[in-house]
Design a protein. Structure first.
Length: 423
């Protein structure tokens, strides 16, 4: 229909009985056209256009005119006769618009068929993936819990083909910051509220405890829930729950305590009432870890440590926007002094850290580890516990820690079980 209307607008149909049908835009007739189909400029200024002439084919040596079914139906004189070609008219020199319209219609019908054949039916529940494609997360439960999904990438897994502890810690940190942003409380600092930014205050973590039930693998989609609550008069507690988004299996639980520090003086600060008023509406009393590890973390030295790694220095990329080393980086430094025999046969499932001092770009650190129960000389299915200390070269403590290890599931059917053939 569109093609036909367009053709009619530019090439009006002329009756075959006309002696000299005109196709001049602005006046004139066919006799005035030159060999190129364009009439020289006349006094009226009209532009004359002629359709490309088609050479009449021959049938049994006789030339015949080119006609269309439409012309035949309107005027039988337009059809070629055995005695000679039909009268030359404008209409029998046009392309066959009916065939062009039929081709366009066929294309549209085929496209419509393909569109209607698309499978718009909902997939089975086991085929659906609850994944946040933009990584922004969402606030649920009356604005008290923040939920975000992450896909485990190939570059986030380790030698045992599962996500590393640093990957999990980065997910925890990311959800904490996005929670503040999603609640509309993000100021200029790294997770600081607007009132904190006006007072040059930032958050620093003082204690962290993580329990890993199972590490996700490459391609898994993990769902991280996080929320906050009060911790004393001047602190804030943040908890996390990490689950497999498809099965709902609990993977990791974590809790932490945060306090405020002045960004300029680098000293701890009390929580101003204005800041408390910003964050208190989001507090919820709910613990991710019911039995927290409240045991005192011992201080190690050269005489009590079994392994010492010296000369650790931060790189520029290890600093965050507050110009101190990101707390996730400390975990990698702590494990630098862990014996390779433990790393190869066991996996980390429990970790408790106490952050005592910040670390800057020019710091040089030492990592100390003391092992409780040597897995190399004892049973390979026994658990291992390690105490850690990260300190500066002058002896100032940065982080104290404790890690708990269990035999890797890839080596044995389940945690703490000896294979049947060895029982």
């Amino acid at each position: 229909m569109v093609a036909t209307a367009a053709a009619s607008a530019f090439f009006p149909l002329v009756s075959p009985s006309s002696a000299k049908p005109s196709m001049v835009l602005g006046g004139g007739g066919l006799d005035n056209l030159d060999t190129h189909g364009i009439k020289p400029r006349s006094s009226s200024g009209g532009l004359q256009v002629k359709a490309n002439a088609q050479v009449a084919p021959k049938i049994n040596g006789t030339k015949v005119g080119l006609t269309t079914p439409l012309e035949s139906a309107r005027d039988e004189d337009a059809v070629a006769t055995p005695s000679g070609p039909s009268k030359r008219t404008f209409i029998n020199q046009l392309p066959d618009w009916s065939m062009l319209l039929a081709a366009i219609t066929t294309i549209f019908l085929a496209a419509e068929k393909q569109w209607t054949n698309l499978d718009w039916k909902p997939r089975r529940p086991d085929m659906l993936v609850d994944f946040d494609p933009f990584g922004l997360g969402r606030i649920v439960q009356d604005g008290l819990i923040f939920k975000q999904n992450f896909a485990i990438r190939s570059y986030e897994i380790g030698a045992d083909r599962s996500a590393s502890i640093e990957t999990l810690m980065n997910h925890l940190q990311e959800t904490a910051l996005n929670h503040v942003r999603g609640a509309g409380l993000l100021g200029d600092g790294f997770g600081s509220t607007p009132e904190m930014s006006r007072r040059d205050l930032i958050w620093v973590v003082t204690r962290m405890q993580v329990l890993v039930d199972r590490y996700p693998s490459w391609g898994d989609i993990v769902e991280v829930d996080t929320w906050v609550s009060a911790s004393g008069k001047n602190g804030m507690r943040r908890d996390w729950l990490v689950r497999n988004s498809q099965t709902g299996e609990t993977l990791t639980r974590a809790t932490s305590v945060w306090v405020m520090m002045n960004k300029r003086t680098r000293r701890l600060s009390k929580m101003p009432e204005e800041v408390r008023g910003e964050i208190e509406p989001y507090f919820i009393e709910h613990a991710a870890i019911l039995d927290e590890d409240s045991r005192k973390l011992p201080k190690l030295d050269d005489s009590t440590a079994d392994y010492i790694r010296r000369g650790l220095t931060p790189r520029w990329n290890d600093l965050d926007v507050n110009q101190h080393v990101n707390n996730v980086k400390y975990i990698g430094w702590i494990l630098e002094s862990a014996p390779s025999s433990i790393l190869e046969s066991h996996e980390l499932y429990g970790m408790t850290l106490e952050y005592r001092r910040e670390c800057g770009r020019d710091s040089v650190l030492q990592s100390l580890t003391a092992v409780s129960g040597d897995c190399t000389g004892g049973s390979p299915v026994a658990g291992v516990e390690c105490n850690h200390l990260l300190r500066l070269d002058d002896g100032a403590e940065i982080v104290r820690g404790r890690t708990e290890w269990r035999p890797k599931r890839t080596n044995f059917g389940s945690v703490g079980q000896i294979p049947a053939e060895n029982a």
